[in-house]
Design a protein around this ligand. Sequence first.
Ligand code: HEC
Length: 255
Amino acid sequence: MDQSWSLRTLSLPVRIGLLGIVLVVWMGHAASLLHMYWHYENRDERAGFTIDDVRAAYHGIDAPAAMKTALEANHPAGLAQPTRDALLAWLKGDKLAENYDNLDLGENSPAELIANNCNSCHARKAAKEKGAGIALEAWEDVRKVAFSRQINPVPIKVLAISTHTHALALAALSGVVIALAMCSTFARSGGRVVPLLITCNGLGLAIDIASWWLARLETPFVFTIVLGGAMYNLSLALLTVLPTVDLLRGKARGG
Ligand code: HEC
């Protein structure tokens, strides 16, 4: 192969055209990041983008409230049954915030029941001193352990549509970016970095998309979604840098 040939030796009109394509790829990268954040941020019904958002979307989350689990496990030992039942009924209802200190319930409002039966150990100060871990002094504390979360993963038909568009578009995108990167002076000077980036890119994409489906069955694949996705996106961004730099630098001397 003619070693002196690279993106830098192409004529100006061709370089301008290719630069346009590369810029569109950059805009796509930026839009993907924003979309991912907005689309998944609230999947787990909690603020911020965390692994639980990915888990909620691809595997689903079925986490009973810590307070419900504790009460059902007969904690605290001496609690009167009617009180336990009243608290459980409240936790299983759908008006947790509204009924927490509902005046109509009088002494039977959850706030009162908790104050009288839990806060000897779970007031903020007592919780620290007695090693009870969580505080239950105010709604701010209680709401953290009162809500059960039951979130279904995206319907399988939606997953199929998403796979069909992403798999084909991303594989094609990788093809274009890899081809451009291989025509850059960096690849043509024979370093190890570009081959390694290509390995990460293809492998990352395959792991990512296969895991979308496997995560429905087994939770560990939620982590390989993140791993594959990170491998894919990072390597793709780095591979995009190479043609961008080459096309901007322009004509190589003597090339
Ligand atoms: C005699 C002290 C005492 C009382 C009363 C008490 N707790 Fe606890 N609670 C603890 C201690 C100690 C722990 C931490 C160790 C454990 O999990 O048993 C705890 C843990 C918990 C946890 C956290 C479990 C987890 O997931 O980590 C919840 C929820 C809880 N209590 C709810 C309640 C509620 C609701 C009441 C009142 C109906 C109550 N507790 C009354 C001592 C108490």
